[in-house]
Design a protein around this ligand. Structure first.
Ligand SMILES: Cc1cc2nc3c(=O)[nH]c(=O)nc-3n(C[C@H](O)[C@H](O)[C@H](O)COP(=O)(O)O)c2cc1C
Length: 177
């Protein structure tokens, strides 16, 4: 029997969901049985041989639905191989990625220090200014400067996302049978 994998995500505006869908598709194509669910809808992890969790970062913090998910399923996550991916920076420079990794590490230390995923990854995200609801829409004001105004962009790196998804079965120790 093929291993059953959960790909679960939280999102405000859909870009993390898009990445989760791609990861789920890559794993399905490798003959795994994959469930794709928003984190707030997951009721149990008992059926899964591995869990892949995706979350965006807002104002330096992982979206709360994902933090709640991690703490709700503490017992299962401690014994199930898992991977976490974070969407955030709109600029993929090493400096920016390092800054976000530091934010994620600080989050983990403060809110779920017990959680040690098998692997973790930061991906560049997407921003559609026309979709933002208040107070997120204020980002247009505080992140724009007279010389450099914030614009909508989709920086999701599908090549890197596909490559990471392809590497997961081996990293998570999942064997096809
Ligand atoms: C109000 C606001 C705050 C944000 N704060 C951060 C941040 O602190 N660090 C970061 O790397 N990205 C930040 N981002 C970028 C988002 O993480 C990025 O747009 C992500 O792709 C959103 O995911 P979602 O569409 O699944 O909600 C912010 C975006 C908005 C709109």
């Amino acid at each position: 029997m093929s291993a059953k994998i959960l790909v679960t995500y939280s999102t405000k505006y859909g870009s993390t969901q898009g990445v989760a869908e791609t990861i789920a598709k890559v794993l399905s194509e490798k003959y795994f049985v994959v469930d794709l669910l928003p984190s707030r809808e997951v009721r149990s992890l008992e059926d899964y041989q591995a869990v892949i969790l995706g979350a965006p970062i807002y104002a330096g913090s992982i979206l709360s639905d994902s933090i709640k998910f991690i703490n709700r399923f503490k017992d299962s996550l401690e014994r199930t191989p898992s991977a976490i991916f974070i969407l955030g920076p709109l600029d993929g420079s090493p400096q920016e990625l390092r800054g976000v990794q530091m934010q994620v590490d600080a989050n983990r230390k403060k809110k779920f220090s017990w959680y040690k995923p098998t692997t973790n990854k930061i991906f560049t995200g997407a921003l559609d200014l026309s979709k933002l609801r208040f107070p997120d829409s204020l980002i247009k004001l505080y992140r724009s400067t007279p010389k450099n105004s914030l614009t909508s962009k989709d920086e999701r790196d599908w090549k890197a996302i596909n490559a990471w998804a392809t590497s997961l079965p081996e990293i998570l120790g999942l064997l096809k049978t």
